[in-house]
Ligand binder design. Sequence first.
Ligand code: ATP
Ligand code: MG
Length: 428
Amino acid sequence: MSDRIQSIRGMHDVLPPSSRMLRDLEHSLQDVLRQYGYLEVRLPILEQTELFRRSLGEVTDVVEKEMYTFEDRNGDSLTLRPEGTAGCVRAGLQQGILHGQPVRLWYGGPFFRHERPQKGRYRQFHQIGAETFGLAGPDIDAELMVMCQQMWQRIGLPTGPVLEINSLGTLQARQSYRATLTEYLKQHESRLGTQEQQRLHTNPMRILDSKNPDIQDVIRNAPSLSEHLDPESSEHFEGLKALLHTAGIQYHVNPQLVRGLDYYSKTVFEWVVPELGAQATICAGGRYDGLVDQLGGKPYPAAGFAIGLERLMSLLEASWADDTGIDAYMVLAGDQASHEGMRIAGRLRKQLPSLSLIVNCGGGSMKAQMKRADRSMAKLALILAEEELNCGTISVKFLREQRDQETVSQENLVSYLDKQLCTEGPKS
Ligand code: ATP
Ligand code: MG
C-alpha cells in the first residue's frame, strides 16, 4: 500500500545522529557570533510577498521562480522566507532600531526556495546569518569575513574554504557599467540562452552569474566591473583588502562575483569549497547600503552574510558519524531495581548536568536490556541487579572499549562518572 503521506520533495526530516550534528554546528557558530558581540533576532517565517519583491529585485532567480508564495484566508499574498536579510531590515525598521548606535544581529532557522532538489540544494534548508547596521566603512566588512574564518576553524572544516571578494560599486557606478556591459553582451546575443537574452534587457549583470557552460568564455571576457568602479568604492575595496591582509586572511578577487540579489552594493563575498561542485558556496554576503532606504527608511549602511548549514554538514559528515551523545544506559533487573534506579538516575542528572543518561523503561531480560543499551550508542551500561542492590554498588560495563567490567559504590558514582566521561562543564 502506498497511501502513506510523504514529506514534500526537497524538505527533509533530520533524524539522529544528523540532528545532533546540526545542533552542535549551530551552537559552535552561535558561540563565535557571541564572541563578536552579535545578538540574536527571531523573525517570522512568513512575510508579505511584497517585502521580497521590493528588496531582492523582480528579476532575480529567487523572486522569478523560487519563492513559496500563496494567498492566505484574507486574500493577502504571503511568502515563506527565502532568505533572512529582507526580514531583518523590515524588523529593524518596524522596531525603530536602525539609527544611532550601530547594531550587530544574527538569526538562524529554516528557509524555503522552490529549486530542483539535489545534494546541497533543498526546498527547505537552514541558514545562520549575521547583519550589521550603521557601519559604512570596510572595517565591518573585514570583521564579517574574519568572523567567518574563525567559524571554519572552530567547526574544524577539513579543507579551508576559499574567500572570494569583489566590489559592485555604488548604484550609480553600476548603472554606467551596465550600459557598457549590455553593449558587449549584445555582440554575443546569438550565443545566449533564452533566459539570458531576456535578462540582457532586464538585468544584464545577472548574466555574469550564469552557470550556463556555453557562455563561460563570453562571461570571462566581459568588461570588468572593477575597471568601472567609482573612486569611493575603490577606496573602500582597497581598505578592505588591506584589513584582510593585516588579519592574515587569504582572498581571491573574483571580478565575476556579482551575487544573485539586487540589493548588494560595494563589497560582495563568498566562501567557496570547490569540492562541492555546483553547490560550492557555503557562505555568501556583502554590503547593502541601499536596502534600508529602499524599504522605506532613511538611508543606512548595512552589511551581512548567510551560511548554508546543509552544505557545511556535508563537509563534516565523515568526522561526526554515529555519535548520539548518550553517555550511559541504566540496566535494571526487577521491580526494586526500577525504583532504586530512578532515584539514583535523578541524583546523577542533578549532580552531573552534562551527563546524558537513559534509564531502561519497559522491563525486559538483562540480555534484551543490554541490547538496547548497545543500540542507544551509549558509552557505558550501568547495571543495577540484585547483587548491586544488596551491596549498595552499581556495575559499569564499557560498551565501546575492550575493558573489564567495574564495580563502583553508589556513593562514589558521581565522581567516578565525572572522571570516566571527562565531563568538562555543560556540553553543547
Ligand atoms: P546558489 O548560487 O548556490 O544558488 P545563492 O546565491 O542562491 O546560492 P544565497 O541566497 O546567497 O544563495 O544563500 C546563502 C547560502 O545559503 C548559500 O551560499 C548556500 O550555502 C545556502 N543555500 C542557498 N540556497 C540553498 C538551497 N536551496 N539549499 C541549501 N542551501 C542553500
Ligand atoms: Mg540560488
